[in-house]
Design a protein. Sequence first.
Length: 231
Amino acid sequence: MSLNFTTTDKASNAHGVKCLVYGGAGSGKTTLCGTAPSPLIISAEAGLLSLRSKAIPVITIVNDKDLEEALNWCRTDAIKNGIKTVCLDSISEIVEQILKTEKSKTKDPRAAYGEMATRALQIVKDFRDLSGLHVLITAKQVVATDPITGVAKAIPTAPGQQVGPALPYLFDLVMHAYTDKAPDGTTYHALRTHAAFNAEAKDRSGALDEIEWPDLSNIITKVQAVPQPAQ
């Protein structure tokens, strides 16, 4: 029997950083894709205006066949073509496309939503598990109110009741994109990486500050940095 031994640091760096970023409209999710190392954007949205000053390769997704072909290309050709980061923007829009397809196959809405959820979560896993590539998956947000505490909390969302709540469990790095105002009145974008009473987030690497500036290259560098041994 032949066993392939490695170490956790080498395995993690070889696998790449996989993250979910969610937020409301105008929170900078698409712009964040442009800060990734050598990105490819797989876009199901028409909102690429924020990246008009950059020549980033884009694959436009309009149906299931496009999505499957894009995934297969990423598996076989992305690295050979100099791609280091695959950005799926956004899973919420892609789930809408999947749901439309499933509804065309059956008159039972429950069956359509069930098949949609199964397929959508598998797609997320397929992209997340791309070997040797960083992966950023964006999602829209919804603000849900806890029926017991009454606290409103931002969470990722997608059509149906299953996909949105399941997304954070599929990633070690979940970031909430938001906007705020500086003391001088100017608006800025930021990423929350630690859970708060009003937003879902997590950083299992332990390398990130609670609030990070929206620069994915810098975030990836921090996550992959090997800690120095204690003296």
